[in-house]
Design a protein around this ligand. Structure first.
Ligand code: TXA
Ligand code: MG
Length: 345
């Protein structure tokens, strides 16, 4: 199959909708990362998403909605009634935007979308091109990140092409994603709200709206039940080149490795150093993270070393992604880098 890239235009959106109505897949930009979308209420289309990504069918998908109205979402059989008051409050504050809510599922959602769980993930993205596509299509789009399973999420159309060339007919090109890391995933199905995946909307912002404490599952903790948070695998978002996390800012560079430093680097900087956030802003670090990892990966060296992420509201999300992407930690020891593999359990 030939994969086309079309810059977003009226004609491109019409073409995307034609493909989606025919039961095929289209990659499209969101404010977080590019999504691989298909008709979210058609089981056969949803199966194609898992195939194209090489994703296990036990890992459920997010439904991207054409509207932020939870009542009409319930009427369409996507979420079950009654809708929790907390969901209303959060959508009023954070939608459109990078917050995914887990609610009880409605009767029209195919089992393939939710990996047979009785809950469903929903999100109303803020990217104007995603909204245009969803508005014109008029149905929910099931859309995981548009990468091969376990690999780095794409934040540009060219990265989607690297991942899925020949596997999907169309990529809508809406430029670089402004946010850069996947949405916060929040479950409203338990006794208290729980963040299953940290993102740019932080726990204290959510608890500030709900007036209750929000728990956050620790980065590499195993869920109690295998299906409880199926996507939270210990190894994910990973470059092919092993990535090592440094405990202290990198000050020494060896030519055999690729380095990713957080802010402007001091000292004798060599060619194989990339800067994550030239302005030191955590939002810039998030925006650049996946592209920077992808570039470092393409250099073909034996390891990538990355600076620690400083504290900020973005830190839990950035550290979570890096932890999952990493092969271990690196330490400057007696004039050399020692690379210590992660003990995976
Ligand atoms: O920002 C994003 O969320 C991007 C863009 C494209 O919208 N999408 C994305 O999708 O990151 P994906 O499939 O890569 O990640 C979805 C996450 C997974 O960790 C999955 O396990 C979790 O959401 N998830 C989906 N449905 C769930 C459910 N019913 N219960 C618990 N976790 C669920
Ligand atoms: Mg993903």
């Amino acid at each position: 199959m030939k994969t086309r890239i079309l810059p977003v235009s009226d004609a491109a959106i019409r073409e995307a909708c034609r493909i989606l109505r025919g039961g095929d897949l289209v990659a499209f930009p969101t404010e977080t990362v590019y999504g691989l979308g298909g008709h979210g209420l058609h089981s056969e289309t949803v199966k194609k998403i898992f195939q194209a990504k090489g994703r296990p069918s036990t890992d459920p998908l997010i439904l991207h909605l054409p509207s932020s109205d939870l009542e009409s979402t319930a009427r369409a059989g996507i979420v079950a009634e009654p809708i929790p008051a907390s969901a209303r409050l959060l959508t009023m504050k954070f939608w459109p935007g990078p917050l995914t809510l887990i609610l009880r599922k409605g009767s029209h959602v195919p089992a393939e979308v939710t990996a047979k769980l009785d809950t469903v993930a929903i999100r109303f993205p803020s990217h104007p091109d995603a909204q245009r596509l969803l508005g014109e299509f008029g149905h929910p789009l099931a859309a995981p990140s548009a990468n091969r399973f376990g690999r780095i999420s794409p934040t540009e159309a060219s990265a989607v092409l690297q991942e899925l060339e020949g596997k999907i007919p169309l990529i809508l090109d809406g430029g670089a994603c402004s946010n850069g890391i996947e949405s916060t995933v929040l479950s409203l199905c338990g006794p208290t709200p729980e963040i299953l995946r940290p993102g740019s909307i932080a726990a204290d912002q959510i608890s500030g709206i709900l007036n209750v404490s929000v728990s956050q599952r620790s980065s590499l903790a195993k869920p109690d039940r295998p299906t409880e948070s199926p996507g939270m695998l210990a190894h994910h978002y990973a470059p092919k080149t092993p990535l090592y996390l440094c405990a202290l800012p990198i000050r020494n560079f060896e030519s055999r490795y690729q380095y990713i430093v957080y802010g402007p680097a001091s000292g004798s900087v060599i060619a194989n150093v990339q800067i994550l956030a030239p302005d030191q802003q955590p939002s810039t670090a998030a925006q650049n993270l996946y592209k920077t990892l992808r570039n470092a990966d393409r250099a073909g060296s034996s390891a990538i070393l990355i600076d620690p992420i400083p504290d900020s509201s973005w830190a839990p999300a950035l550290r979570d992604r890096l932890m999952r992407a990493s092969a271990g930690t690196a330490r400057w020891d007696e004039g050399n880098w020692s690379l210590l593999p992660r003990i995976s359990g």
